[in-house]
Structure formats: C-alpha cells, structure tokens
Design a protein around this ligand. Structure first.
Ligand SMILES: O=C(O)CCC(=O)C(=O)O
Ligand SMILES: [Fe+2]
Length: 322
C-alpha cells in the first residue's frame, strides 16, 4: 500500500502534490503509486491540487507573464483593437464589464459582472494577435505547447488513478478543446458590498491548469460550505477539475465552486492580479458519460451523456453580459 502522504505536502485543505515521481518512474514504483493515490484523493475531496515537479520551464511562464502584463498596461484604445465585440468565448480581448461568470450555471440568478479583462488564445488561425507587445504570439503559443504537454501527462495520471488504461483519454485529448485565458484584475479600492473580482463558479470542462501571482483572493468552497484559500506556492500550478470530469467520474471527482475575492483593504499598494488560465477539455464532439470504473455496484449514472462542446457553449453563453 503506497503512502499517500509521501506525495502530499499539506498545510490546509488543498493538497500540494509533487508529481515528478509519476513522470519519472514506472507506475508500479511506490513513489509513483503515492502520486496516483494523492491525485485521486485530491479530486475526490476538494477538487483542487497545487502541483510541483511538473516540468514546465519557469522561463516560459515568466515570459508569458511579461507579455500579458505588457498587453494589459496598454491604453484601452490599443487593447480594443483586439476586441471582436462578440462577448467572452469567441476570442480576442474582452474589456471589464462584459463577463459574469457567476451567472454561467443553468438557471442561476444574474450576478454582477466581474472586475476582469481577458484575452483568449485558442492556438488556431482565427486567434486575434495584438500588434503589441512584440513577440506576443511566440510566447503564448510556447506556453500553450508546454502546458498542453503537461495536460497529456495529467490525463494519463488521471486514467491510472481511475483504474483505467493509461491511454484511456488519449483519443479525446489528441486535438483537445483548450483555451488559454490571460486575465487581469485591475485595482478596485471601493468595491460595492459583496462584489467579487471573479464570481463563484465551476469550470466548464476538463482540468484547469492555472498560474497565479502573489496577490491573494482565489478560494474554493469545501463540502462543509466554508471557503478555503488556495495557497500560493512559487513555481507551482493550481489544477482544478471542471464539470465534465465530474460527469465522467459520476461525482467521484468534484468540480467545486471557486471565486476570486477582492484583496483585503489592509494590503497596501498595488493589488492588481494577473492570472494565466489554461482551460482544457476533450474534443468538442466527445460524448461524456459515466466511466465504467466509476459506476459503483448498485449505482446508476447520475448524469445524462453530454456532448462536450454543447455543454461548453451553453455555459459560455450564460456567462455573457448582454
Ligand atoms: O484568476 C484566478 O485565480 C482564477 C480564475 C478562474 O477561476 C477561471 O478563470 O475560471
Ligand atoms: Fe475557474
């Protein structure tokens, strides 16, 4: 029996997992087994993990952060040249006020718009590439490739953790439906009561592989209804499971609510926040239904099969402020 704790360094409810042994050794190695079990435990309990030992070069991250910050510090007039005027999801730049992620759940009451601006990268011809900063496309595409490589590794880890052949997700992730979202939360010194930077929501599809800076605010809602801070660990990625993973695993893995709060007013100076969010998911045509290893004896699938792309667009459309 592997010792799960060997792979988990945990101070709060969100585990910190060093995945390097899984990337390095055979599955049967005890250290790799510890990672596999820690992975299953993390997504079965909080739906979030902070990962280290992931192999993505720090320099790729630093470079993309610099490009994101350079872009967001341009005058609004320049940024708007990259705006398609079609809301969140299609691509390009979206100024603050047009997205309300807290309204993205079917039937949810309308929530205030988020205090965030975004630019999206789909890694395809139709991407809107801003003229400035120079080198933007090379940087964000390099980031996309590096983190997509990590995604394929964590889909293998997930397959093994769910008792499936390692290659189980290979086909549906061969041309995945991934989106890289550079997000900038400007300073907000006088927020309205209850206002959030990014409203409470679940992510829509597969894993989200998230890079954050040191400005606090990201929280996950735990099963007991309390909110827990996601720790900031330099060099790490935060990984959380989206809705389609919860459907695939018949609620074994959780797509938990999370939100970004406005930082406490006792934080001096600049509280702007920039995040690099890599939303990942299977090809849009994938029919997602309960995995055979996730159907306990006597249980039934909790969800109707879902077409990945249809679910994604239903959630995106609901999040757009019209
Ligand atoms: O910016 C963050 O820290 C979180 C963003 C997020 O939850 C999202 O983009 O879905
Ligand atoms: Fe999210």
């Amino acid at each position: 029996m592997a010792n799960t704790d060997a792979a988990m360094m945990t101070e709060g409810p969100v585990p910190i997992i060093d995945i390097k042994p899984f990337l390095t050794f055979e599955e049967s190695n005890p250290a790799a087994q510890a990672v596999i079990q820690a992975w299953d435990k993390a997504f079965s309990t909080v739906g979030f993990a902070v990962i280290v030992g992931h192999g993505v070069p720090e320099e790729v991250v630093v470079d993309t952060y610099a490009k994101a910050n350079d872009f967001f510090s341009l005058p609004m007039e320049d940024k708007m040249k990259s705006c398609l005027g079609k809301g969140y999801g299609v691509g390009g730049y979206l100024p603050p006020g047009l997205e309300s992620v807290g309204s993205s759940k079917k039937g949810a009451p309308r929530k205030p718009s988020d205090i965030v601006e975004n630019i999206l990268v789909h890694y395809r011809e139709s991407d809107v590439i801003p003229e400035r900063p120079a080198g933007y496309k090379d940087s964000v595409y390099r980031y996309w490739e590096a983190v997509n490589k990590l995604l394929l590794q964590i889909m293998e880890l997930s397959a093994v953790a769910l008792g499936l052949p390692r290659s189980h997700f290979n086909e549906s992730f061969a041309s995945p439906s991934n989106v890289l979202r550079l997000a900038h939360y400007p300073d907000e010194k006088n927020p309205k009561p209850g206002q959030l930077r990014y409203g409470e929501h679940t992510d829509y599809t597969g894993f989200t592989i998230l890079k954050v800076d040191q400005v606090p605010g990201l929280q996950v809602k735990l099963q007991d209804g309390s909110w827990a801070d996601i720790p900031y660990i330099p060099g790490s990625f935060i990984v959380n499971a989206g809705d389609l993973l919860q459907v695939w695993t018949n609620d074994r893995w959780l797509s938990n609510l999370h939100r970004v709060q406005i930082p406490p007013c006792d934080l001096d100076g600049n509280t702007e926040r920039t995040s690099i969010v890599f939303f990942t998911g299977p090809h849009n045509d994938t029919l997602v239904s309960c995995l055979p290893t996730c159907l306990a004896e006597g249980d039934r699938p909790h969800y109707e099969p879902i077409k990945a792309g249809e679910h994604l667009w239903q959630r995106i459309n609901a999040s757009n402020v019209t």
